[in-house]
Design a protein. Sequence first.
Length: 127
Amino acid sequence: MAREIISTDKAPKAIGTYSQAIKIDNTVYMSGQIPLVPETMELVEGDIKVQIQRVFDNLKAVANAAGGDLKDIAKLNIFLTDLTHFPVVNETMAEYFTEPYPARAAIGVASLPKDAQVEMDAVMVVE
C-alpha cells in the first residue's frame, strides 16, 4: 500500500493538525476546505456564491496536486451553516462539474472554522 502526503501552495495551508490530502494507492482523501485565499489565509470577501467558488477552486488545487481533477471526485461532502444556500451550491457546482456527478451529502452545521459559511471535503480516485 503506497501512502503519500499531498500538499500544494495553490490551496490554503492546513490550519491544524492535518494534511491537505492523503493519497493511498489511487484513492485521495481530501481534507475540508473553507473559502480561504491561499496567499493571504483570509476568508474570501463576497457573498455565498463567491465563497463556494473559492472552496471549489481550493479543492481543485489539491486534486491537481494529487494528479487528478474535480471530475475524479467520487464523494463530495458539503457543510453549510445555512441550508437555504443549497440552491447556490447546486448552481455553482454545475459550473465546476459535469455528469456523471460525484456522490454527495449536504449537511447543516452550527458553525465552521474562521466563521466560514461553507466547507467541503472529498474522496477522489485517480488512475
